[in-house]
Design a protein around this ligand. Structure first.
Ligand code: SPD
Length: 286
């Protein structure tokens, strides 16, 4: 069989993977949901044809979106993940023993069910008793929960389709309001290689809402552009001040990407990434 799947990203990039099996294909109320077995990256989840996660490299994304903000909070008990129906972010959140309640708010229940069935190494912690699953629109949910969550993680799709409203000023304002006193939010904030203008737009919006915003970066081989960013946002807490050192050391023992040196280094941005955030386009296509 010579079957390939190609992700066309924002009509400017195409990435292809050889497929050995198509495990699932459906059209949910919101989007096309596919799980394929790829030769290079193991099982892969695609939503509307865009790669969301792969067994081979998912740990990088999920460890980065979860541990960097979780370790900066003095005592994260109540956590909200918006999007993230594959369960990878929740799996990492639950590695923090302070967590008493982890809410997953995913708009598409079909994504959750499909991932439980075909991606158990990623979704396998969704049945943990600390997890509450809300199948509904994350933007509406967050607007109804002011002053509720110690950490909020926005594990969204790209800013097109169902995920678009998770990249708006109003949504970020409601997110800030949903945080408790020392609250921290982290969101995926796109690739400075593939879509520098999107990175800049998101960064400007975040800075217009949150008192403190600092992007960080790592490489996700299965995402267009490769280099990816997340943004650490807070009411004032900085990401490397007063980190939970004992918990960081504990995580390092089993993490596949995270360690204490990586923790410091992710905030050191290459010059071309700094340039994106400084509204220049040196070295990258606009
Ligand atoms: N271009 C892909 C961006 C997807 C970010 N979210 C992925 C969800 C993984 N839990």
């Amino acid at each position: 069989m010579d079957l390939w799947i190609r992700e066309r990203f924002q009509d400017r990039t195409e990435l292809g993977y050889k497929v050995s099996d198509v495990l699932h294909h459906s059209k949910s109320e919101f989007q096309e949901v596919d799980v394929v077995e790829t030769v290079a990256l193991g099982r892969m989840l695609l939503l509307d044809g865009m790669v969301m996660t792969s067994e081979r490299d998912e740990f990088i994304y999920h460890e980065m979106i979860a541990h960097i903000p979780m370790l900066a909070h003095p005592n994260p008990k109540t956590v909200l993940v918006i999007g993230g129906g594959d369960g990878g972010t929740i799996r990492e959140v639950l590695k923090h023993p302070s967590v008493e309640r982890a809410v997953l708010c995913e708009i598409d229940g079909e994504v959750i069910e499909v991932c439980k069935k075909y991606l158990p190494s990623i979704a396998g912690k969704l049945d943990d008793p600390r997890v509450e699953i809300e199948v509904r629109d994350g933007a509406a949910y967050i607007a109804e929960h002011p002053n509720t969550f110690d950490v909020i993680l926005i594990d969204s799709t790209d800013p097109i389709g169902p995920g678009e409203k998770l990249f708006t000023e109003q949504f970020y304002r409601n997110t800030l309001a949903a945080l408790t006193e020392n609250g921290i939010m982290a969101c995926q904030s796109e690739s400075p290689v593939a879509v520098p203008q999107e990175c800049l737009r998101i960064n400007k919006l975040l800075r217009s809402v949150f008192p403190f915003v600092q992007p960080y970066t790592a490489c996700i081989p299965s995402y267009p552009g490769g280099q990816w960013t997340w943004s650490f946002c807070s009411k004032g807490i900085k990401p490397l001040e007063n980190i939970n050192a004992a918990q960081a050391a504990e995580l390092e023992k089993t993490a596949r990407y995270f360690n204490r040196e990586i923790h410091k280094s992710v905030f050191i941005l290459p010059n071309y990434v700094k340039a994106v955030f400084e509204q220049q386009t040196a070295g990258v296509a606009g």
